[in-house]
Design a protein around this ligand. Structure first.
Ligand SMILES: [Zn+2]
Ligand SMILES: [Zn+2]
Length: 428
């Protein structure tokens, strides 16, 4: 049962600096053996990986699974199915559910349900403040004991610096990273896109870059003072990248992520009033996009995360200003990243790509993932890096359809996804 021999692939493991042709054996849920050539054994299923990458399962530390309370958008099951279809074997779900994940009972319940219902591994990022109202800290000790890996008020960024400072002190005491969506809402109120040339043309209210950068600076200063590990979500501005570069140089414990959509798209994607191009933080300028690319290249940006944010078709069918923020990400992330990479004058190496989508995000959240060490759980993805495919929203495993990449030709397709040695996804 569940014994596989993956033959003749390009084995990529950032944790061991491996980029080599070879075979990988999966047995009893674990990575049993890796070598240039392995001989098939009785009872093994042989999988020809010629031309494919064999990599640690991808890790997405920023996913909205919508349970409890909004299962019409996504569920632990459909979100997990989207994850494994996209090559992800571990994901972190965000707490802005209904009710929010701000207490240990709910955290335990989601973790227990995910074990039964989700085809991938699910970790919980719990709320940072009670009810995500930005007023009172949660019981971080209890959240940590319940299994939360970090705390965040993503989607409802804490506006009071004093509350954020107290929350960081509390989280630091229990070794929980604070994960922040940086947005000063006095600057972004009423905005539905980036404030710039396109918003002026469309007559839409925009959020200036400072709505993000003011809070990046504030949160980084508070992290410096409290010593709390700070993870900044979905970086979208050039100045934000510069700020993070400066604070990292001072030794402040900061990590950051960028989304595939901020690497590929700009504000011009909103020009046709497509609600599927509406997300928060918004798509910004070409100069911002280029700065994000440079930030990935020089390591200021640690990893890629999708901010997978499903919304039902009837919600996104509203006019641009009324439609909710957010786009899907799990099933298009790899194809988008490889497309983005192919457009670079000097593309990143496959090992760097695997690091950005697997090993680095696992390290940021302290997850037991992102490695092909012998003996580790067999969370493995087989990727055809050349395969081009067109995004058809109707074919997605997610419950929702809100992707800005509908009709796009992406590069790189997941062929197989294994979670604990069990095949959870196989492409046609
Ligand atoms: Zn956010
Ligand atoms: Zn989010």
């Amino acid at each position: 049962m569940n014994a596989y021999l993956l033959k003749n692939g390009r084995i990529l493991d950032p944790t061991q600096h491996w980029d080599m042709r070879g075979d990988l054996r999966v047995r009893e849920g674990r990575i049993a053996e890796i070598a240039p050539v392995l001989t098939p054994e009785a009872g093994e299923t042989l999988i020809d990986c010629t031309g494919c990458w064999i990599a640690p399962g991808l890790v997405d530390i920023h996913v909205h699974l919508r349970e409890p309370g909004q299962s019409y958008k996504e569920t632990l099951q459909t979100g997990g199915a989207a994850a494994v279809a996209g090559g992800f074997t571990s994901i972190c779900c965000m707490p802005n559910t209904d009710p929010p994940l701000d207490n240990p009972t709910l955290v335990r319940e989601i973790l227990a349900r995910a074990k039964r219902e989700s085809p991938c591994k699910v970790y919980v990022v719990a709320a940072l403040t009670q009810g995500m109202r930005g007023e009172l800290p949660c019981d971080y000790h209890a959240l940590k004991q319940a299994g939360a890996v970090a705390c965040s008020d993503d989607a409802f960024p804490v506006q009071s610096a004093e509350v954020m400072r107290r929350a960081m002190l509390g989280c630091a005491a229990y070794g929980l990273p604070v994960v922040t969506h940086c947005e000063d809402q006095t600057l972004s109120a009423g905005a539905s896109m980036h404030a710039g040339a396109v918003s002026a043309l469309l007559g839409l209210k925009g959020a200036p870059s400072s709505a993000e950068t003011v809070q990046i600076a504030r949160n980084a200063l508070l992290a410096q003072e409290t010593g709390c590990a700070l993870h900044i979500q979905h970086l979208s501005t050039a100045i934000g990248v510069s700020l993070v570069r400066w604070f990292k140089a001072q030794g402040v414990p900061i990590t950051t992520e960028v989304t595939p959509h901020h690497l590929l798209l700009t504000e011009s994607a909103c020009a046709q009033f497509d609600p599927d191009a509406k997300m928060n933080p918004p798509l910004r300028t070409e100069a911002d996009r280029e700065a994000l690319t440079q930030g990935v290249r020089d390591g200021v940006i640690d990893c890629i995360a999708t901010d997978h944010a499903p919304h039902a078709p009837f919600e996104k069918a509203q006019p641009f200003p009324a439609a909710p923020f957010g786009v899907l990400g799990l099933e298009t992330a790899l194809g988008c990243v490889l497309l983005w990479n192919a457009q670079l004058p000097q593309p990143l190496e496959p090992l760097q790509i695997v690091n950005l989508l697997s090993t680095a995000p696992a390290r940021v959240m302290g997850l037991p993932a992102g490695t092909l060490q012998v003996g580790a759980p067999a969370d493995v993805v087989v990727i055809d890096p050349e395969r081009r495919w067109r995004v058809n929203p109707a074919e997605l495993h997610s419950q929702s359809r809100n992707t800005p990449f509908k009709g796009w030709e992406l590069i790189g397709k997941v062929r197989y996804t294994f979670v604990d040695g069990t095949m959870r996804h196989a492409a046609e």
